[in-house]
Design a protein around this ligand. Structure first.
Ligand SMILES: Cc1cc2nc3c(=O)[nH]c(=O)nc-3n(C[C@H](O)[C@H](O)[C@H](O)COP(=O)(O)O)c2cc1C
Length: 326
């Protein structure tokens, strides 16, 4: 069996983890193992046929894989500390972007180095993002993306992390031999979740400032709008908490549960508006628009229900796979 480890590292911590993982892979594969551990700038474009396991890892920068800007900042910090950066060219983000989406199906694993999360504040994950990129390129992940923790921006790694990386590498071999994989990353990306948090926050503010804008709707939005404000505010607030919790926990299961809850809350909000229907299109002499508005709300309700069923099924499949994989 042949394995390939591709890593990116500025201060050397991810490099140390990658080398330990490669050693673990070699240990797991035993006699005749062929394991290469390559810095991403020196890595070939694409993965040659016959690599049974590929492992990709890099440092978490700004909640995800590094970008040219974050790498430049990190290299500057390394220079100030009198240290030469390990990776001086592209990062794993660029290497993954160049991988063909039409490659042979393969087995992969991803890891990152990151600061340990403090309280509820999310630290993000390069490994999650790299995992999604690999899944988009027909790879199946052998295990959930893994973090190895550093004590500070430039390290060092926490005690025991190198040994843990070695054991993690060896364990990948057993997973590959059993062709055991984990469910695909959640559909929603962290950026989309942040977008929904912002959208709900804006909605919450707009809804609650209704006294300011109601007079400017020429009577189309009626005083009954006050009746929907408490319910819509509660749903928007719960949706925000839901997405923040999913980002903070960061696991696929938390993401799937959050999606189910968000879909249910969206249905509840639409149902409240449909029931109260705080609109009077007769005020502008176009009463027939009420019919269209009812149609749009009912359509939104149906789409919301379909989304809820799809999210529930996705969660069910995830749990079934998790059970089957032990
Ligand atoms: C520009 C920059 C942004 C960072 N952003 C994060 C972050 O969002 N979350 C986190 O846990 N660590 C963050 N870190 C800390 C890195 O994860 C840490 O520097 C890395 O694990 C060290 O790995 P390396 O020695 O291989 O470069 C950041 C570091 C830099 C330089």
């Amino acid at each position: 069996m042949r394995a390939l480890v591709i890593y990116e590292s500025i201060f050397g911590n991810t490099q140390a983890v990658a080398e330990a993982i490669a050693a673990g892979l070699g240990e797991g594969l035993g006699e005749g193992a062929e394991v290469e551990c390559v810095e991403v700038g020196a890595a070939p474009e694409g993965v040659e046929a016959g690599r049974e396991i590929i492992v990709v890892g890099g440092p978490t920068h700004a909640w995800s894989m590094s970008r040219a800007g974050t790498r430049a900042g990190a290299r500057e910090q390394a220079k100030e500390r009198g240290q030469a950066a390990v990776s001086r060219g592209v990062g794993v983000r660029e290497w993954l972007a160049r991988l063909s989406k039409r490659s042979e199906r393969g087995y992969a694993a991803t890891f990152d180095t990151a600061l340990r999360p403090r309280a509820w504040f999310p630290v993000g994950s390069a490994a999650q993002a790299a995992g999604r990129a690999l899944e988009d390129r027909r790879y199946r992940l052998l295990v959930e993306p893994e973090h190895f923790f550093v004590n500070g921006i430039d390290g060092p790694l926490e005690d025991g992390e190198v040994a843990r990386a070695r054991a993690w590498g060896a364990a990948l071999v057993a997973r590959r031999r059993a062709s055991a994989t984990v469910p695909r990353r959640p559909r929603r990306r962290p950026g989309e979740r942040v977008g929904e948090i912002v959208a709900n926050l804006v909605g919450l503010i707009v809804i609650n400032l209704y006294a300011l804008w109601l007079p400017f709707t020429f009577g189309v939005v009626t005083d009954d709008f006050a009746d929907v404000v408490p319910a819509l505010s509660a749903f928007a607030l719960l949706t925000i908490v839901d997405h923040v919790a999913a980002l903070a926990v960061g696991t696929p299961r938390a993401g799937l549960v959050a999606d189910v809850l968000a879909a249910a809350l969206a249905i509840a909000g639409t149902a409240v508006v449909l029931r109260v229907f705080p609109f009077d299109f007769g005020a502008i002499g176009l009463p027939w628009i009420a019919l269209i508005a009812h149609g749009v709300l009912i359509f939104a309700l149906v789409v919301g229900c379909i989304r809820l069923v799809a999210d529930l099924l996705r969660f069910g499949f995830h749990e079934a796979r998790a059970l089957a994989d032990g």
